[in-house]
Design a protein. Structure first.
Length: 325
């Protein structure tokens, strides 16, 4: 036998030398929920180990993240009051705006990203303005742009629209540019599937649609070529980074988007992915740490340059230990 693939697996040093996937803490983004109130640090029932923080408590979490080497955060706001047009999403003293101000003040070196969407802020739980029972695409665009602008004005370094309306990248880019924010990047949730994996998030954010589902705007998970259509359109409209979401069941899509475009690709390991690992580990069925390492690596191996994950702190620790990376 001339070829013995096992030769390169004989010891840890060698195995590490020939690793094909390299990753780094600088590519991790942690999603964080902020809510109204004072002194609140409320564990999310379906996401053990994840919390909703009031703005005064949130800096303690930021401190822990910085300590772990995670310097990027994506903010989700949970308002006290919701209405039909999600006005809390673009209010100057809205929950997420207050969070950006506080974060900039307390941790000026952290990189702050805003999830731009309406579902946490609308009384009906849909990601846009309704006309009858249907989400009105073009009407929603002006709101999304307004939300993005208000987040940037409050201190967001980057905005990430997750609504899946057509044309929103262009709408947001135009309004940011008109207001002088030429250098603020947009990370588009370009390829976002209608997924049961968002279940725990909707519980966390109280954002489940009051009727119907999101299938008229989020993508059908049977489709792969359509992912390219969405990705290429968003690049054309000015998206700086493309995201695929969820991550684990969509590794083929991550690979494809990576090959077909020349912008950085992000993947979001969503709430359901987190919840499944936590539940399986709590039952003693799986080894949480080992599974988290393997899942994270697979996302990078598929082609992701950036990984949004509730496990960010943990993964950063594994990278420090040299367990992965
Ligand atoms: C807002 C939004 C959602 C998620 C990110 N942004 C929920 C949804 O689309 O229903 C899901 C994140 C997660 O499940 O961790 N539209």
């Amino acid at each position: 036998m001339k070829n013995r693939p096992r030769r390169l697996r004989t010891g840890a040093t060698l195995r590490k030398m020939v690793r094909e996937t390299r990753m780094d803490k600088s590519s991790l983004i942690y999603p964080l929920f902020v809510r109204e109130g004072n002194g609140v640090e409320e564990e999310i029932g379906t996401m053990p180990g994840q919390f909703r923080y009031s703005v005064d408590r949130m800096p303690y979490k930021l401190e822990a993240l910085v300590k772990a080497g995670v310097s990027k955060v994506m903010f989700f706001g949970i308002p006290d009051h919701k209405d039909a047009c999600g006005s809390g999403a673009y209010a100057q003293d809205g929950i997420v705006q207050k969070a950006f101000q506080k974060a900039k003040e307390t941790f000026p070196d952290m990189y702050l990203i805003g999830d731009v969407c309406m579902c946490e802020y609308t009384s009906h739980g849909h990601c846009g303005i309704l006309r009858g029972d249907y989400v009105d695409n073009d009407k929603t665009l002006e709101y999304l742009a307004k939300i993005a602008l208000s987040q940037v004005q409050a201190g967001a370094d980057m905005v990430a629209p997750s609504d899946m309306m057509d044309g929103r990248i262009q709408a947001i880019r135009s309004l940011l540019d008109e207001n002088g924010y030429l250098e603020t990047p947009i990370m588009s949730y370009a390829v976002k599937y209608a997924s049961a994996f968002y279940g725990p998030f909707r519980d966390a954010a109280g954002s489940a649609p009051a009727f119907g589902d999101r299938k008229s705007y989020q993508m059908d998970y049977h489709n792969r070529r359509e992912a390219l259509k969405e990705a290429l359109l968003d690049v054309e409209e000015g998206a700086d980074i493309l995201m695929v979401k969820p991550a684990l069941s969509y590794l083929d899509v991550i690979s494809q988007v990576k090959e077909a475009t020349n912008v950085p690709v992000a993947a979001y390991g969503v709430s359901g992915e987190y919840a499944m690992v936590k539940a399986g580990a709590a039952l003693g069925y799986i080894d949480e740490d080992a599974i988290v390492c393997e899942m994270a690596t697979s996302v990078y191996r598929a082609g992701a340059d950036i990984f949004l994950t509730y496990f960010a702190e943990k993964i950063a620790g594994f990278m420090d230990e040299g367990r992965i990376g």
